[in-house]
Unconditional design. Structure first.
Length: 671
């Protein structure tokens, strides 16, 4: 059942919503053809298409030109040449049959030319396939480099604003180029084939009517066939019974197995699945694209089918009215031409239509380079040339408030504080109190919504961001291991010394990862996180017999070293200690890095950090007070985005406020 509803949208063309089985489909409403609007749309796409062609050409000019040459031959020249050579062979055979004496030399020559044409065609296709993949890979690499550069140059706000860009596939630009090129060349091929048909028809005394009969099928198919892919659309499954059935089916996944078994809900899941199936009934759950195509109607389907047989009907009528109008070889050649012409017309239409609709995706990719970064770079170097603060980075926050992008709630509210160079500051408070947000502002991952942050008396925004990054080391619970060797994971704390194994080993010792690395077979060369999609197999998971050696090889490939969460935190901590070797760090921010560490490892980590605090301001965010707060120069106790208490450990205990309450709760828990 299909229901349609048009919706007006002032920002673009009207849209229509329809229900196809269990799916709600939203598309642009069908409007009468408007040449001016179509021209405007094409004009908007032209700059993107030109840039796309230029980029692919730049990736490999030689391969690009060769590929164009081969595709032109394959789509334009080869089809018409094949028709001509095949028709020539058939004509010689027919003349020989009529005369009762075949012309051997002429037939041999015609067949030889046809075979040479086939061999040339096969060679062109073989070369074209190989060049296609090489050119596509070079284009993909160029796109990967562009996307990598754009994403790594994007601040956190820019990343959040362009999160959809993560779904753009690197092959998309070349695919669009391929489809548009195929569409253009198929169009040229269609014109060439049509010219050949017209010449052949004229030679037999038939007018343009037969030519129109030959192209009736592709034209009718293109205009009458409903293809959802040919227009921008959105599909959403919104049938509640279908959604529930799909959700219950997902519970068979291995990750839910333990919860399902221990919760003793197997019978409930099966019962509810059957109930959802019964409620869904015979509602169509097939692909919405198939359902949309089936809405063409019987009459359109019948007309399109009959159009295929129009040339044959024409031959039959003429065989009765005018038996000498066509020879059998001419009929065979025209029939082959008509079939090829129909395919070429339809292919040209489909390729151009599909490529044109995907150009928007290429433009979205190019737009990655046009992200408006909210983090504006400053002009001042850091540390300032006249700076007297050699003990660390000083801060002053004046009436600082902050809300995360896309929210109105204040994560920080009117914060005013001063941090002296070289101080060890511990920030405590409950979850959501704003502790981590302060760190993100001090490291300039975000800018304050209001108020200002001063470093050495200058606004933090006036300093060059790369200089601030070099002067800062962070260790947080959000850090991850890179899909690189453990040596690089640690060494990238100081990229200039990433190959210094002695320095890396010392950083691993300080981070507590030395013993764990020693137990791994490949040591610092171990890769824990491999990119996905680099291993696969077509062996059946449940296959019990056969292919034992292949299965063993698969298991060997799948086998990877793994470490615990605490060991991963030690590796990340080692990267931070490696960063200290750059001798540029003036600020160290440590935000809950020890959630998976045991108390002994946590104490050792914090002790090692305190040992390297000389010349650095250190800010710790933590829930655990015992290891740090007694050593802090100042403790900031936060609640609901505000600093409610500040002072030393002894001062805050004597105050008997929020900090004292939290400290006593933890002390009782340990007792």
């Amino acid at each position: 059942m299909v229901s349609e509803k048009k919706e007006e949208d002032a920002s673009g063309p009207p849209i229509q919503s329809m229900q196809l089985g269990v799916y709600r489909v939203v598309t642009e409403a069908s409007l009468p053809f408007n040449f001016r609007e179509q021209w405007k749309r094409s004009a908007k796409l032209t700059p993107t298409v030109l840039r796309l062609v230029k980029d692919i050409y730049s990736s490999s000019p030689g391969l690009f030109c060769l590929y164009l040459l081969f595709v032109f031959w394959n789509n334009v020249v080869d089809s018409t040449l094949s028709l001509h050579l095949s028709g020539r062979v058939l004509a010689i055979i027919e003349e020989g049959l009529k005369a009762g004496r075949p012309d051997g030399p002429a037939l041999f020559q015609a067949v030889a030319l046809r075979m040479i044409g086939l061999a040339l065609s096969a060679a062109v296709e073989w070369c074209m396939d190989h060049i296609y993949e090489r050119l596509a890979q070079r284009s993909d690499t160029r796109v990967q480099q562009f996307v990598l550069q754009c994403k790594l140059a994007t601040d956190l706000t820019g990343v959040q604003a362009n999160i959809s860009s993560n779904h753009i596939h690197e092959r998309l630009p070349f695919q669009v180029f391929y489809y548009l090129l195929q569409g253009v060349l198929y169009s040229m091929g269609a014109v060439t084939q049509l010219g050949y048909v017209i010449r052949l028809v004229r030679s037999t005394g038939h007018g343009p009517a037969f030519t129109l009969i030959c192209i009736a099928h592709p034209i009718l198919q293109s205009t009458l066939q409903r293809v959802l892919w040919s227009k921008p659309h959105i599909v959403e499954a919104d049938n509640p019974h279908f959604l529930r059935k799909s959700g219950l089916r997902e519970l068979s996944d291995a990750k839910y197995r333990q919860d399902i078994i221990t919760g003793d809900i197997v019978a409930y899941v099966i019962q509810e699945f059957r109930r959802a199936v019964n409620l869904l009934g015979d509602t169509d759950i097939s692909s919405p694209h198939d359902q949309y195509s089936r809405q063409s109607g019987y009459s359109s389907h019948l007309v399109t089918k009959l159009a295929v047989e129009l040339p044959m009907l024409y031959y039959a009528v003429n065989s009765i009215l005018n038996p000498t109008a066509f020879s059998l070889s001419t009929i065979a050649t025209l029939h082959q031409s008509e079939t090829l012409l129909s395919y070429t017309f339809q292919s040209a239409f489909s390729f151009i239509q599909y490529g044109a609709h995907r150009v928007a995706g290429v433009q979205a990719l190019y737009d990655l380079g046009n992200v408006a970064h909210e983090m504006k770079d400053g002009d001042l170097p850091y540390p300032p040339l006249d700076s007297r603060h050699e003990q660390g980075m000083p801060f002053e926050l004046k009436n600082v408030s902050f809300s995360y992008p896309g929210t109105t709630a204040k994560a920080l509210n009117d914060i005013t504080l001063s941090i002296k160079p070289g101080q060890l500051v511990v920030v405590v408070g409950s979850n959501g109190s704003g502790k981590s947000t302060i760190v993100k502002l001090l490291t300039r991952l975000y800018d304050a919504t209001s108020g200002c942050i001063l470093i050495d008396g200058q606004d933090i925004k006036s300093y060059r961001i790369p200089d601030l990054r070099q002067a800062t080391a962070t260790l947080t619970q959000d850090h991850h291991l890179y899909p690189l060797s453990l040596g690089e994971n640690i060494g990238l704390g100081n990229p200039a010394r990433v190959d210094d194994l002695e320095m890396i080993r010392e950083a691993a010792r300080q981070g507590g990862a030395e013993d764990m690395i020693a137990k791994l077979a490949d040591g610092l060369g171990t890769v824990l996180e491999r990119p996905r999609g680099l291993q696969w197999s077509n062996l059946e998971e449940g296959e019990k017999e056969g292919n034992e050696q292949l299965k063993a090889a698969v298991e060997k490939m799948k086998k990877e070293a793994d470490v615990s969460g605490g060991e991963r935190q030690r590796l990340v901590a080692s990267r931070t200690f490696m960063r200290f070797t750059s001798n540029t760090v003036k600020l160290v921010c440590v935000d809950e890095p020890s959630s998976s560490l045991d108390p002994q490892a946590e104490w050792q980590l914090f002790n090692n950090l305190r040992q390297v605090r000389e010349g650095k301001t250190m800010i710790f965010v933590t829930h655990r007070f015992g290891h740090l707060t007694k050593h802090a120069d100042v403790i900031l106790c936060m609640k609901e985005g505000a600093i409610i208490e500040s002072g030393t450990h002894e001062e805050l205990l004597e105050l008997g406020g929020e900090y004292c309450k939290m400290f006593n709760i933890q002390a009782k828990a340990f007792d």
